[in-house]
Write a protein that binds this ligand. Structure first.
Ligand SMILES: [Zn+2]
Ligand SMILES: [Zn+2]
Length: 354
């Protein structure tokens, strides 16, 4: 049986990056989108502000932005319209959506389900209208149903959680008993903490004095150790906890050059260093340590279906609860104070409600 419901188009208030360059974002009237063939229209219930949304605001990210575009790529909501040819998603379904809105399906990455690396990839919130709006339309392929016990707020954070699953489980292969040092206790650092703990890691989270509240939250969430690097030498602390060797795994989640440099110091010889944060540009780092320490250095970009399915299972079975990184829920109209608060590190994850 197929359910189709035409929703009459009008205008809606959406947070739009209207031109490349610093800033250039505002709430604007945009036409309410309709679901084309193979597409799903979602009434957005929650949309998370990501560190990369600040990069979009400041134009400091390498992922192509095609303005004018509705921003927001961490979203959840209810299906309100189902396009022609879709018979397995229904009006009323509670869903979240992957941001890989366009992929070619033919390149070597798409053929092995690593479509997050497809050169033709168009990303929700960058070059495809996103979730900082009352409505958002995506292809059926992007849709994941939310299990009943996952709230819309948690569901909106499936995207960053799937990033952590992809980076930590699929790429880095953290194993039980690994000593894992994480630099940067922001939302990604804290989600990384939860995923590393779910994998059985012993986790030490490093932050600065500005991160005091975030480090306290990390302890509540089960961090085995936290280090305030302004008060304590993180290298000596981590080495003293690891018989002088250093961390088996470093997850760099700060996106600040200092975090990258610290991570190279914390990781042990033959250890693993995974870059999770996105630096705004190139910076100086003692790269030769990769040779001296025989490091395995890993990167990752976004996520793919396998990571989404695992992230949803981790939430559904209560192994990870991303709501614990949400500090504020605010109406979309208050996006500017929300962005500013996040940038000043006065909040953790902020979820906007259209
Ligand atoms: Zn994100
Ligand atoms: Zn491709």
């Amino acid at each position: 049986m197929r359910f189709r419901k035409r929703v009459r188009g009008g205008n809606m208030q959406a947070l739009v990056k209207y031109q490349l360059g610093e800033g250039n974002m505002e709430l604007r009237e945009m036409p309410e989108p309709a679901a084309g063939p193979g597409q799903i229209k979602i009434a957005v219930q929650a949309a998370g502000i990501c560190g990369s949304d600040l990069h979009i605001y400041h134009q400091s990210i390498k992922i192509p932005i095609v303005p004018p575009v509705v921003t927001g790529h961490e979203l959840s909501g209810r299906v309100v319209e189902v396009g022609e040819g879709v018979d397995d998603v229904r009006v009323g379904d509670r869903v979240t959506a992957e941001p890989s809105a366009v992929i070619c399906g033919k390149c070597r990455y798409c053929r092995i389900e690593s479509y997050n690396l497809c050169p033709q990839r168009r990303v929700v919130g960058y070059s495809w209208n996103g979730g900082f709006a009352p409505y958002c339309v995506v292809p059926r392929r992007c849709i994941h149903r939310l299990p009943e016990n996952i709230s819309f707020e948690a569901g909106a954070l499936t995207e960053p959680l799937a990033c952590c699953v992809h980076a930590i489980i699929e790429m880095t292969h953290v194993a039980a008993g690994d000593f894992v040092a994480i630099t940067g206790p922001g939302p990604i650092g804290l989600l990384a903490l939860m995923v590393a703990k779910a994998e059985g890691g012993i986790v030490c989270l490093c932050g600065t004095s500005r991160d005091r509240a975030r480090l306290a939250r990390a302890r509540e969430l089960g961090a085995d150790y936290t280090v305030n690097i302004d008060e304590e030498d993180a290298g000596s602390r981590v080495r003293s906890l690891t018989d002088g060797y250093g961390a088996d795994v470093v997850l760099e989640a700060s996106g600040f050059p200092g975090g990258g440099r610290l991570g190279l110091d914390l990781v042990r010889k033959q250890g693993k260093f995974t870059q999770m944060g996105l630096y705004p540009g190139p910076f100086e780092i003692d790269f030769v340590q990769i040779a001296y320490k025989e490091l395995q250095v890993t990167g990752f970009l976004a996520q793919k279906r396998s990571a989404w399915e695992r992230a949803l299972r981790l939430m559904a079975y209560g192994r990870v609860d991303p709501r614990s990184v949400i500090s504020h829920e605010m109406p979309l109209a208050e996006w500017r104070p929300a962005f500013e608060m996040f940038e000043r590190k006065e909040s953790l994850k902020v979820v906007l409600k259209p």
